[in-house]
Design a protein around this ligand. Structure first.
Ligand SMILES: [Zn+2]
Length: 202
């Protein structure tokens, strides 16, 4: 389950005395201005930032003031002010967490692939070679024995529709007694083709 929400963060607030309220014409109390940004938070970590927003509120009459209702020169000044204030980097901490996670995971995945390739090149009795069944599903071969150039395999007589459920049926008693021979080079070919996608070693 992913817990997420959207939250507004204030980047900058000030009271501006240079703006005349278009609603009540007051200039004394001032106008409260706020630059803010909404964030998508995943597990309470700010991850994605939306566009920055500038809000203006008259402190005399309480009305919200639209930027477009102000003079052009005021609009330019306020847009510059909005551009000047940037969101602090911590507001993107989710992206840093994600980047670090990816940076850690890439070598882990590469290492596990290299380890699998090594096992395919040097198969041993007792390995389960997991493969994609043509037409859909997942099944495995049990390596019964290995000789110089060939492997003797016991095919699983069942297949699983889901890769993650294969372990439920991948038991030695479900593997056929009718053995098949494969050359080691065939095995490597099946692996590089992606037909064999994993190896279980107990
Ligand atoms: Zn006002």
């Amino acid at each position: 389950m992913i817990i997420w929400g959207i939250r507004k963060y204030s980047i900058y607030t000030d009271i501006d005395h240079g703006i005349q309220c278009p609603h009540c014409s007051d200039k004394e109390e001032g106008v409260e201005l706020e630059v803010s940004r909404k964030h998508l938070r995943i597990f309470w970590i700010p991850t994605l930032a939306f566009r920055k927003k500038l809000s203006l509120r008259c402190l005399n009459c309480g009305s919200k003031i639209k930027l477009k209702s102000l003079r052009d020169s005021e609009q330019v000044r306020l847009m510059n002010l909005k551009g000047k204030h940037r969101a602090p980097l911590w507001q993107f901490s989710g992206l840093f967490v994600l980047a670090i996670f990816i940076a850690i995971m890439i070598p882990v995945i590469q290492n596990s692939n290299a380890a699998d390739l090594e096992k395919i090149k040097n198969p041993e009795m007792g390995y389960y070679l997991r493969y994609r069944v043509p037409g859909g599903g997942y099944s495995s071969y049990y390596i019964e024995s290995v000789s110089k150039d060939t492997v003797l395999l016991r095919p699983l007589e069942l297949s699983s529709r889901k890769m993650t459920r294969l372990y439920q049926i991948e038991k030695l008693e479900n593997h056929s007694d009718s053995l098949i021979y494969w050359s080691k080079s065939d095995l490597l070919q099946e692996y590089t083709d992606g037909s064999i996608y994993g190896i279980r070693v107990d």
